[in-house]
Design a protein around this ligand. Structure first.
Ligand code: DX5
Ligand code: ZN
Length: 221
């Protein structure tokens, strides 16, 4: 299927020339820009915030910016990201005291809302909020760093969440993040994902377009 979403994580881009990197990866066929926000509190790493998101918009990036918040608390930073040009804002339930309220907050600022499940977070956390979500993001590594190995149990979890979404009958996207490579993207897609975050697989490749095309081809295969 070529209508899958490929979302390169700029965590693995060269931050010294970020605008150029994002232009290049979009010209190479990427659909979204995956924007990893880490606070050295919820996760043991520190990355980028709303100012960088705004700078990418000012630079001329028009593609959807898929903001993955690995921050605690969540709510205070949501309006800042909405104003900075975020399209989708996803957060971890463990980092929000009131998950339903945070989802509504994101939507009230005109963004699509996503909930992120860590490898050990049960899918039941979706039970009473799935219908309010635009996206579910399943972590296939523990959050905090790029370049980690895909955790195989994510495949069963994808199947479980895919069944929940199909039963609901609403167009909630199912995204997977962590260790996605050209050689495992086919089985990840077969398990039910329709959006794929890939950091090191794309930004460490010598030819972004060739890697993205290879990934899309393996989704379709
Ligand atoms: C991890 C981040 C991921 C990460 C993916 O906390 O959320 O987006 O950058 O990197 P790779 O594709 O290298 O596993
Ligand atoms: Zn991410």
């Amino acid at each position: 299927m070529s209508n899958c979403i490929i979302a390169p994580s700029i965590l693995s881009a060269n931050f010294a020339k970020l605008g150029e990197e994002v232009d290049n990866v979009l010209a190479a066929g990427a659909d979204w820009v995956h924007f990893d926000v880490m606070d050295n509190h919820y996760v043991p790493n520190l990355t980028i915030g709303p100012m960088v998101c705004q700078a990418l918009r000012k630079h001329g990036v028009t593609a959807p910016i898929d903001v993955h918040l690995m921050v605690e608390p969540v709510d205070r930073i949501v309006p800042d990201f909405a104003e900075a040009g975020a399209s989708i804002i996803s957060f971890h339930p463990e980092a929000s005291r009131h998950v339903h309220r945070t989802i509504q907050l994101i939507k009230s600022h005109g963004c699509k809302a996503g909930l992120v499940l860590n490898p050990a977070t049960p899918v039941e956390v979706l039970d009473w909020v799935l219908e309010d979500l635009d996206l579910v993001l399943l972590m296939s590594v523990n959050p905090g760093f790029g370049g980690q190995a895909f955790i195989p149990s994510t495949l069963d979890k994808l199947r479980a969440v895919r069944a929940m979404i199909d039963k609901l009958g609403k167009p909630v996207m199912l995204e997977v993040d962590g260790g996605v490579k050209a050689d495992n993207i086919g089985e990840i897609a077969a398990a039910g994902a329709d959006a794929f975050v890939a950091g090191s697989a794309i930004f460490n490749a010598p030819d972004y377009a060739a890697m993205i095309a290879k990934m899309r081809g393996n989704v379709a295969a």
